[in-house]
Design a protein around this ligand. Structure first.
Ligand code: SF4
Ligand code: MG
Length: 314
């Protein structure tokens, strides 16, 4: 059984187009799966739907299975259990998960005692173990400190420690390293990979950076306007992108030391007020032809995965 299996997920929030359209993906144990796209492509919505953290008026169809249980039809009690211990989310800004006027130690012990029901007496020792496990130096001192006394990278380690406390099987990392400087980003990625491998966790890794996803993930789904346009093993995707949007993304974010000039994809991604019947990429696509604006391309098999583009039909 897959840890996470999203099947035909469509989410409508009252706009002229759905936020997500017929999204399917799966994450196995010990697997890192990337979600890549520009802001507004729906990648955070996919992560939030795994915890059923959706806008009030959103209507969802399809299935979001965590270890076989459909999150979209869970009772309130099952949902609390899911959020408390089975799935952990790590956001871009660790400060959004921490209370600025509470010490790191209080944050961790409160989570251990109240959310997870661990015995109070052992909570401090467990908090120390957790901080040590995520490679924070001087864990004793950290427990006594307030969030503003720690750097962004150290705080992200605290948040990762809190996420691991419950022994989740699935981690959702939403731009978890995007706000960090390059060195800290590399260290945090190494930590995420280490804990993921040690514990055999599945991870959904969300980023706007296709190069980062290609380097960090096993498989990558590229999203555009709420649809998966290409879905491939990371190596294949990077070496030979088959969807024009993927190719555009790779070309416009050159790697360090790449001498080619940056060529941003002209235009902007559609908003929720832009309705379309054909391929959502049509207005920006250098290869757009007759059927593109009228008929939505279906995902077609390509080397190792799928891509949804009319060019692949012949
Ligand atoms: Fe471009 Fe048409 Fe392919 Fe869409 S379907 S990516 S518009 S060529
Ligand atoms: Mg986002």
């Amino acid at each position: 059984m897959m840890l996470l299996s999203v099947e035909g997920l469509t989410i409508d929030a009252g706009g002229r187009r759905p936020i997500l359209h017929d999204v399917s993906l799966a994450v196995g144990a010990g697997e890192i799966v990337g979600l890549v796209g520009e802001s507004g492509s729906g990648k955070s919505t996919i992560a939030r739907s795994v915890l059923r953290l959706l806008p009030q008026r959103a209507r969802a169809s399809g299935r979001v299975l965590v270890e076989g249980d459909d999150v979209l039809t869970m009772s309130a009690r099952q949902l609390r259990g899911l959020r408390a211990s089975r799935v952990a989310m790590i956001y871009q800004d660790p400060r959004s998960s921490l209370n600025p006027v509470r010490r790191i130690g209080d944050f961790l012990t409160e989570r251990l005692v109240h959310t997870l029901g661990r015995p109070k007496g052992a909570a401090r020792a467990t908090a120390l173990e957790l901080l040590t496990a995520v490679g924070l130096r001087d864990p004793e001192l950290r427990l006594r400190q307030y969030p503003h006394e720690l750097s962004g990278g150290m705080l992200q380690r605290v948040v990762i420690a809190a996420a691991l406390a419950a022994g989740p099987s699935l981690l959702l990392a939403d731009e978890a390293t995007s706000a960090l400087d390059v060195t800290t980003q590399a260290e945090t990625l190494a930590l995420l990979r280490r804990v993921q491998a040690e514990r055999g966790l599945g991870m959904l890794f969300i980023t706007h950076d296709l190069h980062l996803a290609a380097a960090f993930c096993d498989r990558v789904h590229v999203l555009y306007a709420g649809t998966v346009v290409e879905s491939r093993p990371a190596k294949e995707l990077f070496a030979d992108p088959r969807h024009p949007y993927t190719a555009g993304l790779l070309a416009c974010t050159p790697q360090l030391g790449d001498p080619r000039p940056i060529r941003p994809i002209p235009g902007r991604p559609p908003s929720l007020d832009d309705a379309f019947t054909g391929c959502p990429f049509t207005p920006r696509c250098p290869h757009a032809t007759d059927p593109c604006a009228d008929r939505r391309p279906e995902p077609l098999p390509v080397d190792g995965g799928t891509a949804a583009c009319h060019l692949l039909e012949v």
